[in-house]
Design a protein around this ligand. Structure first.
Ligand code: PGA
Length: 309
């Protein structure tokens, strides 16, 4: 049955006719002429292959097929109307959802920013996934979230990424680390000391390994740990030095629980990026959150941002 040739216009006209049971009143409610209504209904009946209406005396009635089509028209057009409302609501960020996947290290500041953003759009349903670089890249590949926050976008041309804040990596040790007072430490010399590493798949670890490899040094990994917090505790517990994002150690550096080691080539100046697969059309909520991140950055001192360390 060539129902697929029926147009939304014909369905809307027929719904009105079915409701009013009068060509004249249906025409009035649609701001059409009665012949225009009759033509649309006739064409729809031709697509369906059955008469949709009949007439007894002056009274118009729906055939069995007409009843079935009228009921489907109501469902379809109501659904489209709801879709229309949903889309306008999304445009205004009055409802809808935003799912953001962020890299472990970004959990030191992104949740608070997401909270501030949500306060501006309280009806938005916000969810956040936290994982290391490897996990975030896998989720991005599978297009599981609206937006991704990470420390270094993949080289692949299939990703669009915007830098929005500085993400410096610093070397840290305990306050009694043997090199705590040394100036401009050679990376090769530091690499002779035991190193506390993040787990494989961590972006911080990747960046640190690349830094020492560029300097021709190989790290002596004493411990591998799955979180920045565990690495910090081990460093404070004299087990070795590490290289972490400054945003994760700001408090400990200020309190003196950890010290910053003065290494040639560090801090490593990196950026935080908001990213998504290249051809993805950002939802209005995701685009608004990305703009919010950029706004927050320009409103604060670039070097001291993010401020929620
Ligand atoms: P990570 O990544 O949390 O996986 O270590 C952080 C980064 O790449 O800066």
């Amino acid at each position: 049955m060539p129902l697929r040739h029926a147009t939304l216009r014909q369905l809307a006209v027929f719904r009105s006719l079915a409701q009013h049971k009068s060509v004249v009143r249906a025409a009035e409610s649609l701001h059409l002429t009665p012949p225009a209504v009759s033509i649309q209904v006739k064409q729809l009946a031709e697509h369906i292959g059955h008469p949709l209406i009949g007439q007894i005396g002056k009274k118009l009635y729906l055939t069995a097929q007409g009843e079935a089509v009228a009921s489907a028209c109501r469902d379809l057009l109501d659904r489209l109307e709801r879709l229309n409302q949903d889309l306008s609501a999304l445009e205004g960020l009055e409802s809808g959802s935003l799912s953001v996947a962020i890299i472990t290290t970004a959990s030191y500041f992104v949740p608070r920013l997401l909270g501030d953003f949500h306060a501006e759009h309280p009806n938005l349903n916000v969810s956040m996934f936290v994982g290391n670089r490897q996990t975030i890249l896998e989720r991005m590949e599978a297009n599981e979230d609206d937006l991704y926050i990470l420390g270094q976008p993949p080289e692949s041309a299939r990703v669009t990424a915007w830098p929005f804040a500085p993400n410096d990596l610093v070397a840290i040790g305990s306050p009694d680390h043997p090199l705590r007072r040394a100036k401009a430490i050679d990376p090769g010399r530091l690499a002779e000391e035991p190193f506390i590493a993040r787990e494989n798949g961590s972006g911080t670890r990747l960046a640190a390994e690349e830094f020492f490899a560029r300097a021709g040094a190989s790290l002596q990994i004493r411990l591998e740990l799955g979180s920045n917090e565990a690495v910090k505790q081990s460093v404070a517990g004299h087990l070795g030095f590490s290289v972490l994002s400054e945003s994760t150690v700001r408090k400990e550096l200020a309190s003196g629980e950890l010290v910053r080691l003065d290494v040639k080539g560090l801090p490593l100046h990196r950026q935080w990026y908001a990213a998504h697969p290249k051809n993805k059309i950002l939802s209005p909520a995701a685009a608004a959150f990305r703009d919010f991140l950029e706004r927050r950055l320009s409103a604060t001192d670039r070097r001291s941002w993010p401020e929620h360390g």
